[in-house]
Write a protein that binds this ligand. Structure first.
Ligand SMILES: Nc1ncnc2c1ncn2[C@@H]1O[C@H](COP(=O)(O)OP(=O)(O)OP(=O)(O)O)[C@@H](O)[C@H]1O
Ligand SMILES: [Mg+2]
Length: 252
């Protein structure tokens, strides 16, 4: 397990929003976190990535309790791309985290080039981030995190604020992160974002109500999450003619 938590409880004031959650994430595993609004997805991911730390329970990164040092290995991409841009140019933005880490300049330049190439933005170095589309801004946010060499990357509804084109752009980059063997955890309401995850963790009122294989989730889920198209199509292919006619007749 690259990341693990035990008996996490978290309150906002008197309200319990994470209720005794324990889980482990294997290195390289692509995981989706789902749940209704307010079920605790963002709170749990912020705890697991060391952004929120006034919780009860324990979080371990590679068997060591999460601390100031090892939390650098865990990146977090927020929902709104606007809120995570700090640089005046794109290269400055990507450099920001590395500067804080004290990465030598030569290495920094290499890392900027590499990270921008991964998100398909080579040649954008001198551009003003304000001139970017939503999808590009989110890709820039990913590049900035990637340049810091995280092992685990949490993404909190990274495509929610985007139009279909931006969503596809960002999803293509997410797939690349998975190919790079990063451990990616994505919270999403969009089945499109979840089509390739191996595992789904579903939360309800701060509790895990499902943790397992994606296809089993869609067989049993009681949340308001539609099935990905390929599962729907497969089901249709398995129907006999009569079933299909009945199904279509249901659609008025
Ligand atoms: N800063 C805060 N102060 C007080 N309560 C909060 C705060 N942030 C979140 N909450 C509450 O904690 C609960 C869990 O919120 P959280 O944002 O983790 O849910 P979520 O599953 O990410 O929801 P969404 O799908 O809307 O993003 C909600 O009831 C929310 O109102
Ligand atoms: Mg959220």
């Amino acid at each position: 397990m690259i990341l693990k938590c035990e008996n996490i409880n978290y309150n906002y004031g008197k309200r319990k929003v994470i209720n005794n959650v324990s889980l482990g994430i294997k290195k390289g595993q692509f995981t989706g976190i789902v749940g209704d609004n307010g079920s605790g997805k963002s709170t749990l991911m912020k705890i697991l990535s060391g952004i929120l730390f006034d919780y009860n329970g324990k979080v371990f990164f590679e068997n060591e309790e999460l601390n100031e040092k090892n939390r650098i290995k865990i990146g977090y991409i927020f929902q709104n791309p606007e809120n995570q841009i700090v640089g005046v140019t794109i290269e400055e933005d990507v450099a920001f985290g590395m500067e804080n880490m004290g990465v030598p300049r030569k290495e920094m330049i290499k890392k900027i080039q590499w990270a921008l190439s991964i998100v398909g933005m080579s040649g954008f170095e001198k551009r003003d981030p304000n001139t970017l589309s939503g999808g590009q801004k989110q890709r820039l946010a990913i590049a900035s995190i990637l340049a810091m060499d995280p092992e685990v990357i949490f993404m909190d509804e990274p495509t929610t604020m985007l139009d279909p084109v931006g969503r596809l752009e960002v999803y293509t980059v997410i797939k690349k992160l998975v190919e790079l063997k990063k451990t990616v955890v994505i919270a999403s309401h969009h089945s499109q974002d979840l089509r390739d995850v191996e595992r789904i963790i579903a939360l309800k009122n701060g509790k895990i109500i499902f943790d397992g294989n994606k296809n089993n989730f869609y067989k049993t889920n009681k949340l308001n999450i539609e099935e990905p198209i390929e599962i729907r199509t497969k089901k249709i292919l398995h129907m006999n003619y009569e079933e299909l006619v009945n199904k279509l007749a249901d659609r008025t």
